[in-house]
Design a protein around this ligand. Structure first.
Ligand code: SME
Length: 160
């Protein structure tokens, strides 16, 4: 396993994901423990992009429960019918929220969070967890982030 994350000196997100994704794959390859893999994945995303908050919410019976994350403390439980995470879970798709104040039902764990992307991790047709990334800038996420984070979610799904 790599001991040091390589981060290209560029602001180009597509290039950063291109570098990050194979490294995430190497980080989680051969490690069966879900918590260890989630923890290193959010750390690698944080090191690469320095987003405000990055974390997993894991499906537990009737709600989503906070998993490994990087950033300020956050809400621990989210109902399936609440927030952006609940919407991503229910709709089984990635949701980009350019301005959290405009999303009905958005759960504000921090007033510093301004935009958000939530990607479901799907295995055998079931959402096992969601990957939630928050930015302190409005409109910070695009289809480049969606494509990159969906590939990372797929890597996680393959380890489950
Ligand atoms: N904003 C999320 C809640 C989780 S925090 O952003 C860490 C939501 O609306 O589901």
């Amino acid at each position: 396993m790599a001991e040091e994350l390589i981060i290209p000196t560029t602001e180009n997100r597509a290039e950063l994901y291109e570098s990050l994704i194979p490294q995430v794959k190497a980080l989680i390859h051969g490690e069966p423990d879900m918590v260890a893999n989630m923890a290193n994945t959010v750390a690698a995303i944080k090191q690469t992009f320095d987003f405000f908050w990055i974390g997993f919410y894991v499906t537990r019976e009737d709600q989503l429960v906070l998993g490994p994350f990087q950033g300020p403390i956050a809400c621990t439980r989210i109902r399936f019918d609440k927030g952006v995470c609940g919407a991503s879970y229910t709709e089984k798709k990635t949701i980009i929220v350019p301005d959290v104040d405009q999303f009905p039902g958005h759960i504000a764990c921090s007033s510093d969070s301004k935009s958000e992307i939530v990607v479901p991790v799907i295995k055998a047709g079931e959402v096992k967890m969601v990957l939630d990334v928050d930015s302190d800038k409005v409109n910070d996420f695009s289809e480049v982030d969606q494509a990159g984070l969906e590939q990372i979610a797929q890597l996680i799904a393959e380890t489950l």
